[in-house]
Design a protein around this ligand. Structure first.
Ligand code: INI
Length: 158
């Protein structure tokens, strides 16, 4: 029997791409910081000259899938992380943005055989988003850990 598992300990051998939405950037900047902090503490070179990390900014969560798709055509990545914040109370087309972002991200992931972490915060209020972006907990950290696990797992399986 073989058991395949991802590693949580070492990100230094991974090539990581992050696509992040500017909409609600009060929130997305914070989850990006949490994400980078976690990747750095797990050994990934997150410096400006890093060859292991690329970051792409897009206008909103709706645009995350197309940028992820083009990024995967441009270069080889072990894992991508998509970051966004969609707040129901302030978005009449909340359902459209969330549904298109999630559908598009999973489609790009399946088509390219590359794991893509769905780091889009979907909350009812700005207060809830702030709590998940650092006031209580920074979910950017969790998204980075999930990326390290899935990136190393898929690398091993391949
Ligand atoms: N994009 C978000 O990431 N979060 C939101 O809450 C949001 N709201 O409120 O509308 C949002 N809209 C922009 C959308 O993602 C696209 O950028 C825009 O529709 C252009 O295609």
């Amino acid at each position: 029997m073989t058991i395949f598992e991802g590693s949580f300990t070492n990100a230094s051998t991974l090539r990581v791409g992050i696509v992040v939405a500017r909409f609600n950037d009060l929130i997305t900047n914070k989850i990006l910081s949490g994400c980078l902090d976690c990747l750095k503490r797990h050994g990934l070179d997150t410096s400006e000259t890093s060859k292991e990390l690329d970051i792409v900014w897009v206008p909103g969560s709706f645009e995350l899938p197309i940028a992820a798709k083009i990024l995967l055509k441009k270069s080889n990545y072990d894992v991508l992380i998509t970051l966004g914040a969609v707040i129901r109370g302030e978005t009449s087309h909340y359902d459209v943005v969330v549904s298109e972002a999630s559908k598009g991200i999973s489609q790009v992931s399946y088509e390219n055989n590359v794991p893509i972490i769905f780091g889009v915060l979907t909350t009812d209020t700005m207060q809830q988003a702030l709590e998940r972006a650092g006031i209580k907990n920074n979910l950017g950290w969790n998204y980075a850990l999930q990326a390290i696990e899935m990136g190393s797992l898929i690398k091993n399986l391949n």
